[in-house]
Design a protein around this ligand. Structure first.
Ligand code: HEM
Length: 399
């Protein structure tokens, strides 16, 4: 409607301009029938230069009064409102696919400028591009960001309330090898890739809210561009190391008797003493199966689609939109989960980080945090030195 009015205005301006230039020829222009009957209001006397104005709302009847107006083709519309291409744009907006001589295999969407209508979960029924934008801006960004902030806040509150979980007993000086060099390199490759992915992902998704105002558009643009490329390269490293991590740790993450009790008591986190567990406790097992396995598969698969690494897949815009939404949901959940893991693995628990850094933990740490595992080591069911070469600082314990 707006466009129609604008078009009438332009025509009216042209006609009245002409009329003005040739004044007093205005009645002749009206008589030509190009436009609806002339306004009743007297035409202002021609100004010097001959340009006159006319109130388009007084041009009656409007072209839109025609009952067939909405069904007009672009050609029909051009006759009554030259320059008004609304019928063509309406077709384009509805995702009509036109002819393209490009092969479908190379350019699957060549004949289609704007995608057809679709309703993604949380969006209105509209063009797929706009629907995806609505899901991203109305759901993923605000709720994803809120979840991450809530988790960070909860961790901060827990730390303020509980502080670092300390070992109660005194270190014996006798060490048990908790992680072999292979396990540690797999873990740290994965953790480093995860941090690069997490930071770059957060900047890409939320950076415009907290970095753009501080550093300005140019710097923020370059930073995001750099991080986006880092993200694309770190992704495959993360995927490969995740698979290695999975097979390395899966055996000791299988459910065992005692896990349910551990969960029901919350691991004893709120009391003074931890509930006994095997090599990994039920909390770690939840992160393993929920975060590494389940979310890991979704994050990696959707990431590979976004990186266009899966052969044989037709990469259309809708493929990317769906992969993006799935990726965003799964990565936010994964980050929320691993924020807890990173907290416990660093400032949250004394001695945990040392274990993953050096590979060794003190017997006291083992007994207090993984008592069943410690018992198994003491009973000789699990060797206290699993890798070939003990480091100089490590001392194998005597069973
Ligand atoms: C900066 C990031 C990270 C830090 C500081 C960190 C720290 C740690 C530490 C200290 C441990 C030893 C826990 C114990 O002794 O029981 C551990 C274990 C483990 N971490 Fe991480 N980690 C990080 C990121 C990750 C990521 C991104 C993943 C996987 C996606 C991961 C997967 C694991 C797994 C599978 C284990 C073995 C325990 C289990 O299976 O539950 N970590 N981590």
């Amino acid at each position: 409607m707006e466009r129609a009015r604008l078009a009438i205005f332009v025509i009216a301006l042209g006609v009245t301009g002409l009329a003005g230039a040739q004044a007093p020829a205005a009645p002749q222009a009206q008589a030509s029938g190009a436009l609806a009957p002339a306004p009743a209001t007297p035409v202002a006397p021609a100004a010097a230069g001959g340009i006159q104005g006319q109130n388009i709302f007084e041009v009656k009847p409007e072209a839109s009064a025609d009952p067939n107006y909405a069904q007009q083709t672009n050609g029909e519309r051009a006759r009554v409102q030259p320059g008004n291409n609304a019928p063509m744009w309406r077709q384009v907006g509805q995702g009509v696919t036109g002819y393209s001589s490009l092969p479908k295999s190379q350019a699957p969407e060549a004949g289609n400028l704007i995608q057809p209508f679709v309703q993604y979960p949380g969006s209105r029924l509209t063009n797929a591009g706009e629907a995806w934008r609505q899901v991203r801006n109305n759901w993923l960004i605000p709720y994803g960001g809120a979840l991450l902030l809530i988790v960070l806040g909860a961790i901060a509150l827990f730390y303020l309330g509980k502080g670092t979980l300390k070992t109660h007993g005194v270190d014996t000086g006798r060490k048990i090898e908790r992680f072999t060099p292979f396990e540690r390199s797999a873990h740290w490759s994965n953790a480093i890739a995860f941090c690069i992915l997490g930071i770059s992902g957060v900047v890409m998704a939320f950076g415009k809210f907290f970095l753009l105002p501080v550093m300005g558009a140019t710097l923020f643009g370059w930073l995001t561009y750099l991080l986006k490329n880092l993200h694309n390269f770190a992704g495959p490293v993360f995927a490969v190391s995740l698979v290695i991590i999975f097979f390395t740790f899966v055996r000791d993450n299988l459910p065992k008797r005692g896990d349910l009790g551990w969960l029901l008591k919350g691991g004893g986190l709120m009391s003074e003493h931890e509930v006994p567990s095997h090599r990994f406790n039920a909390g770690e097992k939840l992160v393993f199966w929920g975060g590494v396995f389940f979310l890991g598969i979704i994050v990696v698969a959707s990431g590979f689609v976004l990186d266009m690494l899966l052969p044989g897949l037709v990469y259309e815009r809708s493929t990317m939109q769906i992969a993006h939404m799935v990726h965003a949901v799964a990565t936010v959940l994964m980050m929320a989960m691993f924020l807890g893991h990173i907290y416990i693995g660093t400032i949250g628990m004394q001695g945990a980080y040392q274990g993953m850094k050096t590979g060794y933990v003190d017997e006291t740490w083992a007994k207090e945090h993984h008592e069943f595992w410690y018992d198994d080591v003491k009973a000789g069911h699990i060797p206290s030195q699993r890798s070939g070469k003990p480091t100089p600082s490590s001392q194998t314990i005597q069973a």
